[in-house]
Design a protein around this ligand. Sequence first.
Ligand code: NAI
Length: 250
Amino acid sequence: MDLGINGRVAVVTGGARGIGAETARVLAAEGAKLVVSDIDLAAAEAVAREIQGLGGHAIAVRCDVANEAEVGQMAAAGIEAFGAIDILINNAGFNRDRYLTKMAETEWDAVMDVVLKGAFHCSRAVLPGMMERKWGRIVNIASRSVFGNPGQTNYSAAKMGLIGFTRALSLEQAKYGITVNAVAPGFVETDAMRALPTYPKLRELALAKNPVGFLGAPDDLASAITFMASERARYITGVTLYVTGGRFSS
Ligand code: NAI
C-alpha cells in the first residue's frame, strides 16, 4: 500500500531514540524528509546520518519542545532545509514518577511542560504553513497510562490532557485538510525502559497483564504513527489509537 507521503516533510520531536527514532526511520522509508529534533543533538544527528546513509533526506535540530523560541528556530530550520513542514509527530516526553503525596512541584511541572506545552508550542509553529497549503498531519503520542497508573498522576494527567488537546484541535483544523490524532502506546521496550532499575519487575508485570502475550517494540508504534500521518488516514481525525496489545486498565 502506498501511504502517499513520499516527499512530505516530517518533524519528529524526541526523535533521537526509542519510538521517535524508529518513527523517523519508518517515515523516511516511506519517502518523507525528516527533521529529527531532540534535546540530545548528538543522538539526533546519528539518526539523521543513518537515514541519509540509506539514501533518505534528514536533518537533526536541537530543540527543547518546552521552549517556544527553540521550537520556532527548529521549525524555521526545517522550512529552510525542505521548504515546508507537512507532518508533526509530538513524541518528546518522559515520566517523573512518584506518589502524589511525595511529588515535588518541579516534577509535576516538568511533565506538563514537555507533554502539554511541548505539543502546544510545536503545533502552533507548524500549523500556519499547513493551513496555507491545506494539508497537514499532527500525531500526538499519548499513553495507556491515561487509564491511571499509580505513581503517575502527573504523567497520566498530561497524557489525558494531550487527548483533549487532540480532540479540540482536530475540530479547529478539519476544514483545512489537517488531521490531528493521538497514538497511545502501551509498554514498549526501549533503551530508556531497559535502563530503569525497576525494569525487570516492570517487564514481568507488563508481560503478565498483556492480552497478546508479548510486549511491543518501537516498530509496532512507528507503523501505527506513520499510518496516522499518511494520506491514507485522511478520514481519521480526533481519535486515539491504542497500540497496547489489547491492554487498557492498570
Ligand atoms: P525515550 O526516552 O526513548 O525517547 C524520548 C526522547 O525525547 C529522548 O531522545 C529525549 O532526549 C527526548 N526528549 C526529552 N525531553 C525533551 C524535550 N523537552 N524536548 C525535546 N526532546 C526531548 O522515550 P520513548 O519510550 O521512545 O517514548 C516516546 C514517547 O512515547 C513519549 O512521549 C512517552 O511518554 C511515550 N510512551 C512511551 C511508552 C513506552 O513504554 N516506552 C509507553 C507510553 C507512552
